[in-house]
Design a protein around this ligand. Structure first.
Ligand SMILES: NC(=O)c1ccc[n+]([C@@H]2O[C@H](COP(=O)([O-])OP(=O)(O)OC[C@H]3O[C@@H](n4cnc5c(N)ncnc54)[C@H](O)[C@@H]3O)[C@@H](O)[C@H]2O)c1
Ligand SMILES: O=C(O)C(=O)C[C@]1(C(=O)O)C=C[C@@H](O)C=C1
Length: 358
């Protein structure tokens, strides 16, 4: 089948990103959310048009927190909103089991999960290229009709992602290891910073930013994700905490002059190198469809506005901007994401105008 119309229920980060990606491929996208402001913003960003109950689509994509997936699926199916249905929630066995309990049509529904996201919520954080080159899990069951699976495979292809067919249970065990437990570990590290001194924060470099980025995510959404996959996540965290306890004991022994504890620490670090080396593909960051221009900016009012003015003068669209600057220091670094062919144009324009472009 050819996907011509989709409904996205839940126009937050993921729903709106899907809408933007599908609009670029010419699909008609209808949008709904219980928060009308979220629908308006998604529409203004170009992710689609408001859905009016009664309009039927080829595929409905449920992009709401995991706890709400099954009830929303039942609601949409009762209204015959679509021929086929999927969801994108970060856990899979729980929504599938609830959907069965609620008597949903399981032949028309295939649970799925794009392995791409951001630490920011809401439509304003959406990006059309979020899913490019990323894995997208697809959890068909015995009840799934082949046409439903084909429709979801087409969605994944249109978003530029790579389908990974897996059972819901295996998916949940896998993401406990590669997503959910790492999230809690990041939160635990970041939580230590909540009462850190200004001196410590002033010395924060890229290492702590890399390790804690995802700790900035919405706690409400993540409580839903973690509780929906609690046992597998607890198992991974117990293993991580055994490693941490052993590392702390070894370091305590080293601090007390017992040099024989060094190899215990080395063993953990080497296992870390081995584990990190097994992660396939790109490490970290969203799919890089954009180029990044780095520019040094003074910590003075108006600097960013001046930087954007240069972009405007040379007709370069700013896709994203990230600021790195330590409190109290007079300089910072702005990372401006632009289309790849605009990188050289912007670098040259900035250079000519006396900006420091490393
Ligand atoms: N954030 C990520 O990195 C990420 C990545 C992949 C998958 N997911 C999954 O995608 C889903 C959406 O996450 P998000 O990051 O887009 O969250 P978000 O908070 O940005 O958006 C969620 C949206 O759902 C709406 N909503 C909540 N309950 C609703 C309901 N019952 N009916 C209609 N709308 C409802 C909210 O108003 C909000 O606009 C979640 O299931 C999450 O597990 C998230
Ligand atoms: O990169 C991020 O910010 C994410 O939150 C992405 C991430 C992940 O752990 O990879 C988080 C949860 C989602 O279910 C899928 C992807």
């Amino acid at each position: 089948m050819k996907l011509e119309t989709v409904l996205i229920l839940g126009t937050g980060l993921v729903g709106t990103s899907i809408g933007l990606a599908l609009r670029q491929r010419g699909v008609t996208v209808l949008l709904a959310d219980r928060d009308l402001g979220a629908v308006r913003l998604a529409r203004e960003m170009g992710a689609g048009q408001e859905w009016h109950s009664g309009e039927q689509v080829d595929l409905a994509i449920i992009a709401v927190p995991p706890d709400h997936v099954a009830t929303e699926l039942r609601g949409l199916q009762r209204r015959e909103a679509a021929r086929f249905y999927t969801d994108v929630s970060s856990v899979k066995a729980m929504p599938i089991a609830r959907a069965v309990e609620l008597g949903c049509d399981m032949g028309a529904y295939v649970a799925s999960h794009p392995m791409a996201g951001r630490e920011k919520a809401g439509p304003g954080a959406a990006r059309a290229d979020l899913f490019l080159g990323r894995p997208w899990a697809l959890c068909a069951t015995e009840a799934t009709r082949p046409e439903a699976k084909r429709a979801v495979l087409e969605l994944i292809e249109l978003c530029g992602a790579n389908p990974v067919e897996v059972s819901a249970e295996e998916h949940d065990r896998a993401v406990a290891l590669v997503s959910h437990a790492p999230h809690v570990a990041a939160s635990a590290v970041a939580a230590r910073l909540s009462d850190a001194s200004d001196v410590a924060l002033g010395l924060a470099g890229q290492g702590v930013r890399d390790v804690t980025r995802i700790a900035g995510s919405d706690p409400g959404l993540w409580l839903g994700i973690l509780s929906g996959n609690a046992a597998p996540v607890a198992e991974v965290l117990e293993a991580v905490s055994r490693d941490l306890t052993e590392a702390a004991a070894a370091l305590r022994a080293l601090a007390e002059g017992d040099r024989s504890a060094g190899p215990d620490v080395t063993r953990l670090l080497k296992r870390g190198v081995a584990g990190h080396g097994r992660i396939p593909g790109k490490h970290g960051g969203p799919a890089a469809a954009y180029g990044v221009v780095q520019v040094v900016i003074g910590d003075r009012p108006g600097q960013l506005a001046r930087l954007f003015q240069v972009c405007d003068e040379v007709g370069v669209n700013v896709e994203d901007v990230r600021l790195e600057h330590a409190p109290g220091l007079p300089l910072g670094l702005a990372e401006v994401s632009v289309q790849p062919d605009a990188v050289a144009v912007l670098q040259e324009a900035l250079h000519e105008r006396g900006w420091q472009v490393p």
